[in-house]
Write a protein that binds this ligand. Structure first.
Ligand SMILES: [Zn+2]
Ligand SMILES: [Zn+2]
Length: 331
């Protein structure tokens, strides 16, 4: 099979040819149809995540078809459409796992970070952490749901019940979660890079009541703000625009340092928190919601061999929505 391999952080991914992996006990072998390119992949490639397992095939927004079942796998059959998310394995025994907080498992392993991921024609995954996906829409439109959608959904849930929701960084996660928030009757205020008129227009087209630069003041105080951009300076900026009792949620796995700010900006029972990973329950809830009413996904399709180009474009903010690799697209 063809795969894109990260050998060392700070270097380009390299196209390699490898044997198709075999499904071990409890695993499914998956023919990958599409794999989303997430900002976390960029952090991995740029050496911003601790203790990477190398070499590694990145990719944790995997959509494919089950090809074969390892021993002991139940509830799956060959040909079924399957999704593989970031959370690839948990211990099931630690105090977090036992408390329904497997996203915080101390021994958790993550797809495309500690477990070979989806920048490849085939992959294997622990069947217990996979999600059954619908036949529609096309795989490239399902792929961004596996992380951008799921983490966005968890971030929104952690924000409580905001009427006025601010969203900082209008990329893959924001464009999905804006639609979810609108359906729930919330007002969305999108804050993009200053001067990024294209992203602001994109946000308005998805139902944002207002869109402006992150250096601007939204027209009304926010009840909560979700930060999807990896810029620590957005934390005090968001706190300043969140009303008393409001919450700022940092949804990314990596962020630049947060500048110091006056305590008064936190005072008034404002809270600041991060969201880490996902639980399988998040996935069950989110995909149920998507089944009831599909989300509109804006995607930019690349061939597997163009993974470096997709990462470069993500870094530059060169497109709206999400980048997705499709394994059957010729270069
Ligand atoms: Zn655990
Ligand atoms: Zn991700």
């Amino acid at each position: 099979m063809r795969a894109m391999l990260l050998e060392r952080p700070g270097t380009r991914l390299r196209l390699v040819h490898r044997a198709v992996p075999e499904a071990g006990a409890g695993q499914v072998l998956i023919a990958v149809e599409a794999c989303g390119v997430c900002r976390t992949d960029l952090h991995l490639v740029d050496g911003e995540l601790p203790d990477p397992v190398l070499p590694m095939i990145p990719g944790h927004e995997i959509v494919g078809r089950v090809v074969a079942l390892g021993t002991g796998v139940q509830g799956w059959q060959a040909g079924q459409r399957v999704g593989v998310p970031w959370l690839g394995w948990t211990c099931g025994r630690c105090r977090f796992c036992r408390a329904g907080r497997e996203n915080l498992c101390e021994q958790a392993r993550f797809t495309g970070y500690q477990i070979p991921g989806g920048y490849a024609q085939y992959t294997v995954a622990d069947a217990r952490y996979c999600f059954a996906l619908p036949e529609e829409p096309a795989p490239e439109h399902l792929a961004p749901l596996l992380c951008a959608g799921l983490i966005g959904y968890r971030a929104l849930r952690m924000a409580g019940d905001p009427q006025r929701l601010g969203v900082y960084g209008f990329g893959a996660a924001a464009h999905l979660i804006t639609q979810v928030a609108r359906r729930q009757g919330r007002e969305v205020f999108a804050l993009t890079r200053p001067g990024d008129a294209e992203s602001q227009a994109f946000a308005r087209s998805l139902g944002a009541a207002w869109a402006g630069g992150s250096d601007e003041t939204p027209p009304e105080p926010l009840d909560a703000a979700l930060i999807f951009a990896p810029a620590g300076a957005l934390v005090p900026a968001a706190l300043r625009h969140v009303d008393r009792g409001g919450c700022v949620v940092c949804a990314g796995i990596h962020m630049s340092d947060i500048p110091s700010f006056p305590y008064a900006w936190l005072w008034g029972e404002r809270s600041l928190r991060s969201v880490a990973n996902l639980t399988r329950r998040d996935g069950d809830e989110f995909f149920e919601l998507v089944r009831q009413a599909p989300l509109q996904t804006e995607v930019h399709v690349f061939a597997l061999e163009q993974a470096n180009e997709a990462l470069d474009q993500l870094r530059r903010g060169a497109f709206q929505g999400a980048a997705v690799l499709r394994m059957d697209v010729p270069v």
